[in-house]
Each structure stands twice: as structure tokens, then as C-alpha cells.
Design a protein around this ligand. Structure first.
Ligand code: TPP
Ligand code: MG
Length: 790
């Protein structure tokens, strides 16, 4: 890799490179030791209080020791961001420890409360982790969307564009490639022409259960190349390459190339003797091979035969440093799972732990004296001062923030509610965004919308028409140029503020994760709003959970929802999503009924997602136009809407009946309320805008020993009063209210699969129309009167 330089410079550089190689190999050895020791002491030396195995992945860490050491201690620059395969967490922590970014105390508490996490975690391990990982495939996918987010910011000059872009790097396990989300991401990345992306595949040909299929050979590179990636294969290390260059060496290469994964792995485990036996059997007729076998004792033969490029520091450095452009690059690095450890190559080694005897001899071979297990340089042949100087000068260690904290953007004091006698919340959403699109404030410039092929049908049209679609290149709207009439103007340019995705909800949430981390990751806040159909939240649920676990901040607008989408029925009906809204950490959910509520809530959400301790926000909206109340929302009502509930019809003090509803069933609840008023004049009607907020506040209030909002609201009723709850979702969304206040509750809702129909038919069949509410109220009243025993 060295260019000839005048005088002795070339030689000097060569010497410097050799020194660096020696330093990196020493530190790799130390990182491997520390990762192995960290797991060992957590499992064998830390007292167990619960009888559970602590676990940790010694083999998976060993597999990437060379690759990660090369990346962290030489190749990466401060602007690069990495997703480390989940099971390499111990090695990651070891490298951070060597760099002085991780404490011994946390390593000693690996997998214990407050210690280094089992899988790298942005929120729990702190600034050292760029992307959390754990659910395989998602960490790989998110790097692609982070590259897209970085482009979005740079092309708009929201971040400095005169400094080099960061490379978004994923260190992936080979079995992660079985996850469909990776291929969904690849396709999307190709469409968006992503750049500055490196996926380094730890190709150890082992997953959790087994050795992976041989037929995968050759498929992976073709696949990446098809998507415009450069593929760099790191197969054989320098020892093997030297052997291949010897007489008959080609026979050895062909033999290894043809060796089935499972046999190769088994021989790695068996060691020199196993290799000798098989090579003798198959290649003894070649004098060159016989010579190689004669020259190597068992140990050195084992070393030769396992000299894959992914464990050869020189090959790894050459490969990484050779890539200097921004083309997405996949490095397929051949490795051995458990390399350097006694269970190397064994198919059952995924969760394997070295036993105390194995550990003792490993410690001896590493030259680590007893009592010096945590010493950073114990057992290395190089002087500690030299190692210290080297680590201090690692490019990644250059002082620059890995996490930015840009200030929040100002949100206007009010967002005007769209006007109209009959409106659906979905239409109101479209109109609010449409007017935001005309605003000339900084806030509007930071809103970025995205949708998996449902931009038009979730009502983002007006926004997109004004703000345009994001693309690296300027692209005309052909229909418009050809003067074909269309309501949609889809011009594309780097100025565009909508990122159009193909139909893959997992990609939507990974993109929202990346956009929602733009502030901390790249230094410029974005206010991402993603839209999709409510039932398809489940389709991307793990990616949503993943985004939230990393504390990415965004707004999800899910519409249409419930059986209220009526004729579309069946498979498009969402039932349990409001329960996700209640249960999902990191996400506040709302299901408003009216346009003015939505205006208040969207304003609040734009602030909430920017708050230090804030959360992302999920809106469940409907396509059903309903009659809007004529009112102005004062501060108290606004606060109640955000708090989760308010009395739409105030009950008389000590009332014996109330109805609580959520979302698009408001007209049925209102009609039932009016009908029941004749018999129960004091009846109240509670509008629930957020079962989630109400529920969370109830729990918090219980813990504080104070009355909750729900309890305070319902205390207007007489103790033991009847309460009918109704929502277009699973009845459990609201039925918990029966525990928050002393009421006798009748829960209505949808708890089986839907079908097509119109709203009157469907609401009747599923028991959420006004007749059903009246009926339930009558039964609840009877029950409270003690006439019916349950
Ligand atoms: C979505 C998901 N499913 C299952 C698992 C359980 N699991 C953990 S590691 C693993 C196999 C990993 O193999 P590979 O990616 O090749 O990593 P290696 O340990 O071989 O480096 C599986 C199935 C998981 N973490 N995430
Ligand atoms: Mg693997």
C-alpha cells in the first residue's frame, strides 16, 4: 500500500506501518482477553443470587476481535457512526475500556444492574454507543437510513457540508442477513442512492443454532453488487496466501474453497491433527502439499489453516484503508467463531462459556498474571508507555462530541384548528400540515415527513405539494411537465421535505429512528412525521420499538384506523394498536375525535419530541367525518385534552351514569348520551383523548398516593355509579378505568376480526353503536341497583 518515496521515507513509512501493526495486534489480543474475562467473571466469579446463568458471548466477540480493533483503533474517524452486532458487546466494551471511555467498575458489572449492557445500548451505555443493537438486522438497517438522514442534512446545509461526511458502519453477524428487514433496507437504499455506508459482515458461517448453508456462498456478493454496492471479500490471510503461492499451493486453495462449512468448522475445532488427517487423505499425491504438512507441527498447521483474512490485521487494514470514496461498501470478512478460544469453530459455541480450567490455561497463554486480569496492558510484549501513546492518538479519540445537544426549535403558541362542520381527524391532520407548509418559520423548515407508499391516502398531499420530495438530484414531475392533470405535484430535489418510501413499514420506523436521532447524532434537529395505516404498525413494530429504545424522537400518524374505515374492513381493521399505544415505552399516544383537539395535540407533540425527557408521539386518526363542536379551546381545556380526558358533557354532581368514549365513536356516544338524558338527567360524557396518558398518570398518582386525573374526573359521579366505555378498538383500552375510580363499568369495543360494511352496520354488529351504548348503560344501571348479580 506504500508509495515509493524519495530517500529513506518509504522505508521509514514501512517501519511505521509495521510498528502500528504490532501495536494493533497487541491491543487486539488484549481486547479479546478482556472480553473473555469480563464474561467469565460475570458468570463464574460474581455470586449468583437467582440461579440464572448470566451469559455473554465469548465466541461471537472473538470472531470480530480483529475487525473491531482495526476499526476502533485505526480506521474510524470521529464523524463515523457504528452499529456493533449485538453479541460483540463485550468486545466493544473492552475496546472502549482500552480507549479510556469505559470504567473497570462497569466491566466488572457486565450484565448487572447499572453495568455494561448485554447488548450495546445508546440509552443505557451512554455516549460511547452510536446505535443500539439487540434485535438482529435492525442495527444493520438503521445505518442505511442514518446515511440517508446525513445526506438530507448536508444537502440542505443544516450541518456543515465542508467537513467530510461520516461513514455509517454496521458490523453485522452473517446470520443477520437472514432478516428480511435488511433486504427491504437495501432496496430502499438503492432507490435513494445512499452513500457513505459500510457493512462489515463477520462471515463466520455460524448462527446461533448451527453452521450456515454452503449454498449461501457466492450469493451474498452478487446480491450486494446488484444493489450498486462495492463488495470487498476478505477471505484468506497472509499465511495462507503465501502457502497458496508455493508449488501445489493452488491445490490447497481449491481444497479449502471446496470444503463444506460444517467440515471446515469441525476441523477448526479439532485442530492440527484433524487438518493433517484430511489433507493427507485428499491431497497426499501433491509433493508441495506433503512438504507443507512436513514443515508444520500440529499447532502451526492449525494456525495456517485458520488464517482467514478477517483475523489477519494487515489484510483487514489494507481492505478498510483502500476504500476512500463514498460508494456503499460491503466487506465480507471470513472469520472463525470463537477464534483463539478452545471452542473455536464448534457449532454449539454461540452461548458457550469457557470453563474455569479452560480459562486458566487461556490466561496463562495470554501471559496475564493472576490479579492483573483488568490491567490494560498486562501480558503484552510492548512497553505500556508506547501503547498508551498509541491509544491517545487513535483518530477516533480526537476530541469531538459524539452526541450533540442542539437547542429546541420554538413552536408557535397556537396551531389553528381547521374549520368545517364535518371533518375527520385525518383530514384535519392533512390541513394542519398543509398550512404548516406555507409557514416561513424555522420550525416548518425542520419538519420532514415520510410514508411507506401511503403519502396520498394518509393526507400528506398538501404538504408534499408545497414542500416537495427529497432526492439527491433535481427530478421533474413528468405528469406535470406533460400537463396531465393531477392533484399531486411530485417534483423532487435536495430541498424536498418529504422522503417517500416503498411499502415497508419496518423501513418507515428505521428511517424515523435515524431522522429522530439527527439532533444528537449529527447536530441538527429534525421534526420527523411518519404516516402509515394503523393496522400496519404491527408490521413494523419491532423496528418501532427499536427506534424508541434508542430514544429517537418523532411523530407517527396512523390512519385510517379501527372498523371505522368501514368498507375497507377485514385485514385493514386495527384492533389492538391502542393497547400498543398504552404499553409501548417511549411513546405517548392519542386518539382525538375532533379537529380542534388534534390542533392542540400536534402543537404539544412538536414540543414534546424536543424535550430532554420527552417521548415520541403516536396519533391514531380516522377517515370518518364527524360533526365538529363549536367552541374555543381555553387553556384549561387545552391542558385537559393533552392530559387525556375532559367532560364533553359535564355530569351533575353525584350523577349515577356516565359514558366515556375515545375517538371516532364520538357521535354514537353523544347520541346515546342525549337519549339517556331523559331518564338520567345528570348523565356525563367523558371525552378520552389519550387512554395512554390517562393510564400512565393513574399509575404515577397511585405511586405518589394522590388521586389520579381519571379518579378526579370520575369523582363527579356518585360512588358506584355506572360507567359505559366505548372505543373503536379492544375494550381493554378503557376498561381499566373501572379500577381507577369506584364505578361499575361496562366495556364496549371491538375484540374480533372485522369485515367490510358501512359504519351503521359495522358499529351494530360489533356492538359500539348508540343502541349498544344505551343497552349497556341500562344493564350497568340495573347492576348498580343490585338487580342483577354477577
Ligand atoms: C430478531 C432476533 N431474533 C433472534 C435473536 C436471537 N439470536 C441472537 S444471536 C443469533 C444468531 C446470530 O448469528 P450471527 O449474526 O451470525 O452472529 P455471530 O454470533 O455468529 O457473530 C440469534 C438468532 C435475536 N437477537 N434477534
Ligand atoms: Mg455468524
Amino acid at each position: 500500500m506504500l508509495r515509493a518515496l524519495p530517500g529513506g521515507r518509504a522505508q521509514e513509512q514501512e517501519e511505521a506501518a509495521a510498528d502500528k501493526l504490532a501495536l494493533l495486534m497487541a491491543l487486539e489480543k488484549k481486547a479479546l482477553w478482556l472480553s473473555t474475562w469480563m464474561i467469565h467473571q460475570a458468570n463464574h466469579l460474581r455470586p449468583s443470587r437467582d440461579g440464572l446463568k448470566v451469559g455473554g458471548h465469548q465466541a461471537s466477540s472473538a470472531s470480530v476481535a480483529t475487525l473491531m480493533t482495526a476499526l476502533y483503533l485505526d480506521v474510524m474517524r470521529p464523524q463515523d457512526r457504528v452499529a456493533v452486532k449485538p453479541h460483540a458487546a463485550p468486545l466493544f466494551h473492552a475496546l472502549q475500556y482500552l480507549l479510556g471511555n469505559q470504567s473497570r467498575d462497569k466491566l466488572e458489572r457486565f450484565r448487572a444492574l447499572g453495568g455494561a449492557q448485554a447488548y450495546p445500548s445508546r440509552s443505557k451505555d451512554g455516549d460511547i454507543v452510536d446505535f443500539s443493537t439487540g434485535s438482529v438486522g435492525l442495527g444493520v438497517g438503521v445505518t442505511l437510513f442514518a446515511a440517508l438522514a446525513q445526506d438530507y442534512l448536508r444537502l440542505k446545509r443544516l450541518v456543515p457540508s465542508d467537513t467530510p461526511p461520516g461513514r455509517m458502519i454496521a458490523l453485522a453477524g452473517d446470520a443477520e442477513l437472514d432478516e428480511g428487514n435488511i433486504f427491504e433496507a437495501l432496496l430502499e437504499g438503492w432507490k435513494h442512492d445512499v452513500r457513505n455506508l459500510w457493512w462489515v459482515i463477520d462471515y463466520n458461517r455460524q448462527s446461533l443454532d448451527a453452521v450456515v448453508s454452503d449454498r449461501l456462498f457466492g450469493r451474498i456478493d452478487a446480491l450486494f453488487e446488484m444493489f450498486g454496492w462495492r463488495v470487498v471479500t476478505l477471505k484468506y490471510g497472509r499465511l495462507l496466501q503465501t502457502a497458496f503461492a508455493r508449488p501445489d499451493g493452488e491445490q490447497l486453495r481449491e481444497w479449502i474453497d471446496a470444503c463444506p462449512n460444517s467440515l471446515y468448522s469441525a476441523l477448526v475445532y479439532k485442530g492440527g491433527e484433524g487438518w493433517r488427517e484430511h489433507l493427507r487423505r485428499d491431497l497426499n499425491r501433491y509433493p508441495g502439499i506433503r512438504a507443507i504438512l512436513d514443515e508444520h507441527d500440529d499447532e502451526s498447521l492449525g494456525r495456517l489453516m485458520t488464517n482467514l483474512a478477517g483475523h489477519d490485521m494487515g489484510s483487514v487494514l489494507d481492505a478498510f484503508h483502500a476504500v476512500t470514496d463514498d460508494q456503499p461498501t460491503c466487506f465480507i470478512a471470513y472469520t472463525i467463531k470463537g477464534y483463539g478460544l478452545p471452542f473455536a469453530g464448534h457449532k454449539d459455541n454461540h452461548a458457550g462459556l469457557m470453563n474455569p480450567q479452560q480459562m486458566a490455561s487461556f490466561q496463562q497463554s495470554m501471559g496475564v498474571p493472576a490479579g492483573a486480569e483488568w490491567e490494560r496492558f498486562a501480558g503484552l510484549d510492548l512497553p505500556p508507555e508506547e501503547l498508551e501513546v498509541f491509544l491517545a492518538e487513535v483518530p477516533l479519540a480526537a476530541k469531538s462530541a459524539r452526541r450533540h445537544r442542539p437547542p429546541p426549535l420554538a413552536v408557535p403558541a397556537e396551531i389553528a384548528a381547521p374549520r368545517g362542520r364535518n371533518l375527520s381527524t385525518q383530514e384535519a391532520f392533512g390541513r394542519i400540515l398543509g398550512s404548516l407548509a406555507t409557514a416561513e418559520n424555522a420550525l416548518a423548515g425542520r419538519v420532514v415527513t415520510t410514508s411507506p407508499d401511503v403519502t396520498v391516502s394518509t393526507n400528506l398531499g398538501a404538504w408534499v405539494n408545497r414542500r416537495g420530495i427529497f432526492d439527491r438530484a433535481e427530478r421533474a414531475d413528468t405528469f406535470r411537465e406533460e400537463k396531465v392533470v393531477s392533484a399531486q405535484r411530485w417534483g423532487m430535489s435536495p430541498q424536498g421535505q418529504h422522503i417517500e418510501l416503498g411499502i415497508a413499514e419496518s423501513n418507515l420506523f428505521l428511517l424515523l429512528a435515524a431522522l429522530g436521532l439527527a439532533g444528537p447524532m449529527f447536530g441538527a434537529r429534525l421534526l420527523p412525521i411518519g404516516t402509515l395505516y394503523d393496522p400496519f404498525i404491527k408490521r413494523g413494530l419491532d423496528a418501532l420499538n427499536y427506534a424508541l429504545y434508542q430514544d429517537a424522537r418523532f411523530i407517527v400518524v396512523a390512519t385510517p384506523s379501527g372498523i371505522t374505515l368501514a368498507p375497507e374492513g377485514g385485514a385493514h381493521q386495527s384492533v389492538l394498536e391502542p393497547l400498543i399505544g398504552i404499553a409501548q415505552p417511549g411513546l405517548v399516544s392519542f386518539e382525538p375525535a375532533y379537529a380542534d383537539e388534534l390542533a392542540v395535540l400536534l402543537r404539544w407533540a412538536l414540543e414534546e419530541i424536543q424535550r430532554e425527557e420527552g417521548e415520541s408521539v403516536y396519533f391514531r386518526l380516522s377517515t370518518r367525518p364527524i360533526e365538529q363542536p363549536e367552541r374555543t379551546i381555553d387553556a384549561a381545556l387545552g391542558e385537559a385534552i393533552v392530559g387525556g380526558a375532559y367532560w364533553l358533557r359535564e355530569p351533575a354532581p353525584g350523577a349515577e351514569l356516565a359514558i366515556a368514549y375515545c375517538g371516532a365513536v364520538a357521535p354514537e356516544a353523544l347520541a346515546a348520551c342525549e337519549a339517556l338524558r331523559e331518564d338520567v338527567p345528570g348523565i356525563g360524557l367523558l371525552a378520552v383523548t389519550s387512554p395512554d396518558r390517562l393510564h400512565a398518570e393513574w399509575r404515577a398518582a397511585l405511586a405518589r398516593g394522590e388521586p389520579s386525573r381519571a379518579e378526579r374526573l370520575l369523582s363527579a359521579l356518585r360512588p358506584g355509579a355506572a360507567l359505559v366505555t366505548v372505543c373503536d378498538s379492544h375494550p381493554a383500552t378503557l376498561s381499566w378505568l373501572g379500577s381507577a375510580a369506584p364505578v361499575s363499568l361496562m366495556p364496549l369495543g371491538v375484540d374480533h376480526f372485522g369485515q367490510s360494511g358501512d359504519i351503521p352496520d359495522l358499529y351494530r354488529v360489533y356492538g359500539i353503536d348508540s343502541d349498544a351504548i344505551i343497552d349497556a348503560a341500562a344493564r350497568a344501571l340495573l347492576r348498580t341497583a343490585g338487580s342483577v348479580r354477577h
